[in-house]
Design a protein around this ligand. Structure first.
Ligand code: HEM
Length: 536
């Protein structure tokens, strides 16, 4: 049973459980005496159109859905708290960033997290092979900070231009409406920078056992800026204190046969039981330059910054301790974005990050509405004070007391809003380069993917090969050949094992199979034959 007092979205009336307050009304506040019967002419007669309560009820129902997220539609969320350590490793954090909520040891910041899978719809099984989203919104004293990441530390592509094509290749075929390994590997065989992500995705790391036992990473490179305006490059990583647990394809299929909401349920139940999941936030830090000594570009999100070279330094801890009381209001309408940064946390020139930053708020204005930032789940905890006005569903004006409500422009001498004082020295990077349209020069598409392959445990490598082979088996020969060539460039054994596996599948036809489970068609056929035989 949900305690409405714990729900910050509930109005005072909603927390009053007296008999009088539980009586049904229309949204106009009129008491509803009969919620069962339409008004009709005679007992069996036609309905009349002045059924105000019915018309309101049904027309609101007709509008209950908003567009799903175009990616990451399936998700679960929870509220919690972030506790800062005040240090980064052994050093005071102020040396690297002036972000206020990170400075003081023990300082708590409320937050909301949404975990998700990427490709399929809002009620798709949570056992599918897919990256998992890990989005955190912190309601800091200086406004909101969102860290929108995933569980795999890297991404498929390094240039935002390619994102819609990547997603189209993984989404269902526009004709058959089925996810299809052939379309996926047609795209991937022409996208060699994806090899490390593909290696993770087709291994058990592509199906985390639940949301509590998975890591989260910002993936893209950001910057931290200190009081003196000096910047460093950073990457963020969440480490689950519950440990990490991933599933083989068979384990996932077993779970899916019984419960396709298992991850949502696991998170909700753990929090209800008081077993609050926790993650430690770590950062990796590099000086703010191009690092020509590295064999990869630090702004390339298909690469891991090796832990041995760039240690994970803890900066705080997150605890999830409260379930949403209304999924739609808090989880579905939650809107995260990579542009949502506080002073002291900055963008880097990572080309993906720049593209993402446009995309999130653009889609949210469409998906949730112009005034999505006025919704309680998205609004900062301190009052937003802006001159942005009106638009669909404007809930209030972004004003605080003492501001002249007649003045919705700036500057003004009539008591309108004023610019805030500057905090710290500006960070002013210098650019001197030609405007170009080019790939980055240090691509190094294969060596980290090979290392990832070699670092897997035996069972992880075996599952990876099995999943790749079963997905690639129905795919056209020239795409298979290209993929074997790419796997071989990562690691000779990797390529050889996929090639050997594919030889055994020759002659079978599973076109249109989803990723990782091409055996399904065979299994279904076999089950049909068996059930036919069993019939009298
Ligand atoms: C959600 C775009 C790359 C993590 C979304 C959404 C869009 C989007 C349009 C839906 C947002 C909404 O409806 O509220 C892009 C673009 C990318 C990109 C254009 C590349 C250019 C990435 C990467 C990551 C990521 C690299 C992981 C590091 C997420 C997560 C969500 C999301 C976690 C779900 C947020 C939530 O729970 O509401 N993305 N994305 N995206 N994206 Fe990306």
């Amino acid at each position: 049973m949900i305690d409405p007092k714990k729900n910050p979205l509930a109005s005072a009336a909603a927390t009053d459980s007296s008999e009088e307050n539980n009586l049904l009304t229309t949204r106009q506040g009129h008491p509803v005496y009969d919620n069962q019967n339409l008004r009709t002419i005679g007992n069996r007669g036609p309905a009349t159109l002045e059924n105000y309560h019915f018309l309101e009820k049904i027309s609101h129902f007709d509008r209950e859905r908003i567009p799903e997220r175009v990616v990451h539609a399936r998700g679960a969320g929870a509220h919690g708290i972030f506790e800062a350590y005040g240090t980064v490793g052994n050093e005071p954090i102020a040396k690297y960033t002036r972000a206020k909520f990170l400075q003081e040891k023990g300082k708590e910041t409320p937050l909301f997290v949404r975990f998700s899978s990427v490709i399929h719809g809002g009620h798709s099984p949570e056992t599918l092979r897919d990256p998992r989203g890990f989005a955190v919104k912190m309601y800091t004293e200086e406004g909101n900070w969102d860290l929108v990441g995933n569980n795999l530390k890297v991404f498929f592509i390094r240039d935002a231009m390619k994102f819609p094509d990547l997603v189209h290749a993984f989404k269902p075929d526009p004709v058959t409406n089925r996810q299809d390994g052939e379309r996926i590997f047609d795209f991937i065989s022409n996208t060699p920078e994806a090899m490390q992500m593909i290696t993770f995705l087709f291994s058990p790391w592509g199906i985390p056992a639940n949301y509590r036992q998975m890591q989260g990473s910002g993936v893209n490179t950001y910057k931290w800026v200190n009081e003196a305006g000096v910047a460093v490059l950073v990457k963020y990583h969440w480490e689950p204190l519950q440990g990490i647990k991933n599933l083989t394809q068979e384990m996932a299929e077993e779970i899916q046969g019984k419960n396709f909401n298992h991850a949502t349920q696991d998170l909700y139940d753990a929090i209800e039981k008081g077993e609050f999941p926790q993650w430690e936030l770590n950062v990796q830090i590099l000086s703010d330059d191009e690092h020509p000594e590295l064999d990869f570009d630090p702004l390339d999100d298909t690469k891991i910054w090796p832990k041995e070279q760039f240690p994970w330094l803890p900066v705080g801890k997150m605890t999830l301790n409260r379930n949403p009381v209304n999924y739609f209001a808090e989880v579905e309408q939650a809107a995260f974005g990579t542009g949502v940064l506080v002073d002291g946390l900055e963008f880097s020139d990572d080309k993906m990050l720049q593209g993402r930053t446009f995309s999130y708020s653009d889609t949210q204005r469409y998906r949730v509405g112009t005034n999505y930032l006025q919704l309680p789940i998205n609004a900062p905890r301190q009052k937003a004070v802006t001159n942005q006005r009106d638009g669909q569903m404007a809930y209030h004006q972004d004003l605080s007391t003492g501001i002249n409500a007649h003045v919705n422009y700036e500057p003004s001498t009539l008591g309108g809003v004023k610019e805030a004082p500057k905090s710290g020295k500006d960070y002013t990077p210098l650019y001197n380069a030609k405007l170009v349209r080019e790939k980055i020069s240090r691509q190094n598409n294969f060596s980290q993917a090979g290392e990832t392959y070699r670092n897997f445990e035996d069972w992880e490598r075996e599952d990876l090969i099995k999943n790749l082979v079963s997905t690639l088996a129905p795919v056209k020969q020239h795409i298979q050949d290209k993929m074997i060539e790419l796997f071989t460039q990562c690691d000779a054994d990797y390529g050889q094992r996929v090639a050997a596996g594919l030889k055994q599948f020759k002659g079978t036809d599973h076109a249109g199979s989803p990723i990782g489970s091409a055996h399904t068609d065979e299994a279904v056929k076999q089950a049909e034959e068996e059930s036919t035989e069993a019939r009298p």
